[in-house]
Every structure is written in structure tokens, then in C-alpha cells.
Design a protein around this ligand. Structure first.
Ligand code: NAP
Ligand code: GLV
Length: 306
């Protein structure tokens, strides 16, 4: 069995070594133009040339949860696209989002600023009931995040395409429920996949439906957010702030207004990192199951886009 590895922005050596250890029966090599045909590919944002030169691939294993960069390419029609299914990401995402929500709710940023000025000051405790949190997307990551927030006694709402039932979470589903979902929330967490239906979903109109003094946490994709609409709503005071991990252009350009905006916290697409060990164990298990003709989890529906 031949496995080709083609991952942008990834340290190739350790991945190849660990894949070879996990799949000793396979021939695992880094892809280069003109490389021989492989059976399976391990990929992150490969170029179209890679796909064009590998028409016989049975499956492409994406080393991330989001497959938007892969689905932009013209893929071999018979090849399956398989996403990472948690692989250590959901706990990281829960940590990141809970940290951002609590930092905002408890005003820890304001306390840090006071302490920097040598001020011993108190703020009036705020009510959790005034900070209902909405989670867009209740998949592998969104469900874990929604459950974690509910553990801190925040009122939690979630929105997905199909109906869900999650303890401690008020679940809304489908476009008809979108406006009432938004109107219920003051803090909005985005964990949707990037698809034609969800691109630009965080815009002036949708963010305006949130409760006043709203707060946005975008941890999904930069193309979900119309960046200038957020800036306008921060300016108007409707939005109190935002924590942003993903951007339309990454790395975030040096001159971008988000870097120094007093109401925006920026992190460099790091909320849930791909963990090599967990990811390779999962991918190797799936390749072996696939070769035995068994069903595997995380196969992407190319029509749905996730
Ligand atoms: P997932 O398991 O595929 O879950 C996607 C969720 O979104 C599902 O609940 C789905 O609804 C819902 N959804 C999709 N399209 C929708 C629509 N049009 N309307 C309403 N709901 C819709 O994905 P995941 O593993 O949770 O990951 C989510 C995204 O997080 C990834 O696609 C990626 O972009 C991002 N991500 C970011 C980082 C980072 O470090 N910043 C790391 C990992 C992932 P159904 O359940 O009804 O299908
Ligand atoms: C990271 O952004 C991922 O999709 O895994």
C-alpha cells in the first residue's frame, strides 16, 4: 500500500517517521511533482497539481477538522475525503472558548488593565442570566464546547442544520430558527464549517440581531465573518468586543485594524491544534479499516460541504 504525504505548513520529517511507525506495512513518502501514484493521501491544503497527478487515490485524509481548503479543489470523483474526528481538538476548543467567555463575563481584561495601573478595584458582579451564549454548529467541536459552557451555568443555546438534543443546551435547528436563536444570545461562538451556505454568515444584519452589548468568538474560519461589519458594530456600541482566532487572510496582515483594536483579542489560528500523535493513530486506524472494507467515521459529504 502506498501513502503519499502532502501537507502545507507542516514539519514533514516527524509526520513521515510516525506514519511509518503506525503503518509498517505501507510505503509512506512525501509527495513531489512526478511522484508515483499512491493509494491514500494524508493532506493539508494541497495544490491542485497534487490532485491532478494522483487520479487513482482511494481516500484523502485531511489533517484538520475543516475541509474547506480541500473541497475548493477539483477532486477525483471516486476518492473519499475524510476529516479529523476530534483527535484531541474538542478539549482544546472547549478550553479556548470557555477561557474567552469567562474572561469577558468576569471582566478579567479590565482587572488586568487596572492592576497594570496599580489599582486595587472591584466591579459589580454580573449575572450569568444576562450572558446567554449561543454556539453556531453542534458537531464534534460545537457540542463539546456547548456542554463545557453549560457546566459553568451559563444559559447555552446551540444551532445546527439538523435537530439535536443535548443536556443543558437549548437546541435550535435550520434556517427558520436562526433569527430566534440569535435574538436569544449575547455571546456568539462560531463553530460552523465553511460552506457556500455559511460563508459571510457573521455580518451586520445577523450580528445586529444579538442582544445589545454582544460579544463574538470566531474559532471556525475567517471567511465566516464580514470583518468591516464587525468593526462598524464595535464602533456603534452594539458589539462589546470579540475574540478572533481565524481571519480572512492568515497570517493576519501587519496593517490590519484588528491587531491593535482595544475591543478585539487576536490569536494566531491556535484554538484547536492538530496533535500529531492522536491524528496519526486515528488516520492509521481508518486506513486499515478502509482497506478491510469496513465503514469509517468522518467521511465528508461533498455536496453538503462538510
Ligand atoms: P462538524 O462535526 O462537521 O460540525 C459542524 C456543525 O455545523 C454541525 O452541527 C452541522 O449541523 C452544523 N452546520 C453545518 N452547516 C450548517 C448550516 N448551514 N446551518 C446550520 N448548521 C450547520 O465540524 P467540527 O469538527 O465541529 O468543526 C467545525 C469547524 O471548526 C471546522 O469546519 C473548522 O472550520 C473549524 N475548526 C477550527 C479550528 C481552529 O483551530 N480555529 C480547529 C478545528 C476546527 P448538523 O449536525 O445538523 O450536520
Ligand atoms: C483547523 O483549523 C482545522 O480545521 O482543523
Amino acid at each position: 500500500m502506498n501513502i503519499t504525504f502532502c501537507c502545507a505548513n507542516t514539519r514533514v520529517g516527524p509526520w513521515l517517521a510516525d506514519l511509518r511507525l503506525a503503518l509498517p506495512q505501507a510505503n509512506v513518502t512525501e509527495w513531489h511533482p512526478g511522484a508515483p501514484q499512491a493509494d491514500h493521501a494524508v493532506v493539508w491544503a494541497p495544490p491542485q497539481q497534487f490532485i491532478d497527478e494522483q487520479p487513482g487515490l482511494k481516500a484523502l485524509f485531511n489533517i484538520g477538522a475543516g475541509v474547506d481548503a480541500l473541497l475548493r479543489l477539483k477532486l477525483p470523483p471516486a476518492a473519499r475525503v475524510v476529516r479529523l474526528d476530534d483527535a484531541g481538538m474538542s478539549v482544546q476548543m472547549a478550553e479556548y472558548v470557555c477561557h474567552a467567555v469567562i474572561r469577558h463575563f468576569r471582566e478579567f481584561d479590565a482587572y488586568e488593565a487596572d492592576v497594570a495601573q496599580g489599582q486595587w478595584s472591584y466591579r459589580k458582579p454580573r449575572l450569568r442570566a444576562d450572558f446567554p451564549v449561543g454556539v453556531l454548529g453542534l458537531g464534534v467541536l460545537g457540542e463539546r464546547v456547548a456542554r463545557a459552557l453549560a457546566q459553568f451555568d451559563f444559559p447555552v443555546h446551540g444551532w445546527s442544520r439538523t435537530p439535536k438534543s443535548i443536556d443543558g443546551v437549548i437546541c435550535h435547528a435550520g434556517p427558520q430558527a436562526f433569527d430566534s436563536f440569535l435574538a436569544s444570545c449575547r455571546v456568539l461562538v462560531n463553530l460552523l464549517p465553511l460552506t457556500p451556505e455559511t460563508r459571510d454568515i457573521l455580518n451586520r444584519e445577523t450580528l445586529s440581531r444579538l442582544r445589545p452589548q454582544a460579544y463574538l468568538i470566531n474559532v471556525a474560519r475567517g471567511d465566516h465573518l464580514v470583518e468591516e461589519d464587525l468593526l462598524a458594530l464595535l464602533e456603534s456600541g452594539h458589539m462589546a468586543g470579540a475574540t478572533l482566532d481565524v481571519f480572512r487572510t492568515e497570517p493576519l496582515p501587519a496593517q490590519h485594524g484588528f491587531w491593535k483594536h482595544p475591543k478585539i483579542t487576536v490569536t494566531p489560528h491556535t484554538s484547536a491544534r492538530t496533535l500529531r500523535e492522536e491524528s496519526i493513530a486515528q488516520i492509521a486506524g481508518k486506513i486499515l479499516a478502509f482497506e478491510r472494507g469496513e465503514p469509517i467515521a468522518g467521511v465528508v459529504d461533498p455536496v453538503r460541504g462538510y
